[in-house]
Design a protein around this ligand. Sequence first.
Ligand code: FES
Length: 576
Amino acid sequence: MTVRRKQPEQLRSHRWYGVNDVRSFGHRSRTAQMGYSRADYAGKPVIAIINTWSDINPCHSHFRQRAEEVKRGIWQAGGFPVEIPAITLSEPFQKPTTMLYRNLLAMETEELLRSYPADGAVLMGGCDKTTPGLLMGAISMNMPAIYMPGGPMLRGNWRDQTLGSGSDVWKYWAELRAGNINEDQWQEIENGIARSPGHCMTMGTASTMTSASEALGFTLPGAASIPAADSRHARMATETGRRIVDMVWEDLKPRDFLTAASFDNAITAVLAIGGSTNALVHLVALARRAGIPLTLNRFDELSRTTPLIANIRPAGKYLMEDFFYAGGLRALLATIGDKLALDARTVNGRTLGENVSGAEVFNREVILPRDRALVASGSLAVLRGNLAPDGAVIKPAAAEPRLLKHSGPALVFADYNDMAARIDDPALDVTADSVLVLKNAGPLGAPGMPEWGQLPIPKKILAQGVRDMLRISDARMSGTSYGACVLHVAPESFAGGPLAFVRDGDVIELDVAERRLELKISDAELARRRAEWKMPPPRFERGYGALYQQHITQADQGCDFDFLEGTAPTPEPEIH
Ligand code: FES
């Protein structure tokens, strides 16, 4: 039962449509031009559908149809739908990295909602950075908003094999190079690994962040796990459209339900599903938009008590389609209910506890019982030390255990191109104990903090049968990657973080149990190197890149633009 807190004259859109002046004449006559009569919109909430559909985004290829299904729900509930496209962030195609443009989508979302007569918003995303970008903008605008996650694609298929996004690309690429499959077979794999609409169906950033958005309270219950191609996804879209209209009348806004506890829920969910390390950056950014202090330490604290129970690749065996059939995120959250703030509110007006109540696990091989967790605790660790004063992150479970306490000589690559040029050089001075260091791969240095953090193992070391080495960078890593990779080192090297001062042969010490990452040189030597260091010239002279480099924050602060953080009020537009 909707509790009406607003009258039609109090709707934001009333100032565009409902008053009698020459401007509203223009708005109404232009609406009539599109074939609508007054009865279609008068006194109704205007719902902006922010659609990140594009011909260049395969993960959102069903969004034209889904937008129609969202509209159906909005009409049914007595709203007026207005579809507004926003920049698509297409992970496979956008270079150098979609992360460079996440904040652009966030700005666009916020400003579209502010500048047009929207009373509420349905946000349509899914592919990696679209989820945080849309949510960041909606949190800052703080009008009623609901997220429609795009849903994972179906399992990939090749002959009798199940294929997973990302991880099986690397696996079969290696098989091709080793001569174990031929070019024809490789092409069959190319045609079968992504065979339906939807985002990556491994536990990459997309599945991580859509699940996090559900745990935060931003979606209808169960929405994040439904495969994109399933008719239940279409019905969820319609239900999402119906719900946003009531949210407008109830005046239920993001900052009404986002709290420190709901962010704890999102972090706990990410840890329990074995989510991507990218979630640290995005959740910190989202929290800061909501005015909620969230530091990396909180991820480490919750990691120490949260079991990883989703048996999904790359940490486990199955894919998101299997997860849905096993009960999906609702069932997983019900399994760890005692670790959640179940009284946290969500967009459907109920609490998280009410939404997961009664959810059953239908397959205990996919959603594991807690006593058979893939990782009992500590699936993610936040490191500090003189090499990462503001923090760095590692997934200990993804690393060979011998490397979790390790010290070895640094082998330094000045940037990605240097690494690509030298990594397979037979003359490379490297042993299995070396620590591979990649500089200038952070938010400013790369720029955009690409997913370069899983540095390749040098060929000559691979030939020795070694499959993992300690690797350190200020980059991110794909959720589908693995290895002893220390990521997100902050401050980054380009900005004068200590990573900039590492030289070949310096000893680096990692102790995950103690959460330490140290460069074993004296303070005096570190100070001497710092004094000698000069900041590289800016990467951009003009354009969006120039804005980006002036305002981007470091990884531990969420890589937002400094002027977009916080909750300071922004004036509503004057309507003249
Ligand atoms: Fe879109 Fe992976 S490419 S989610």
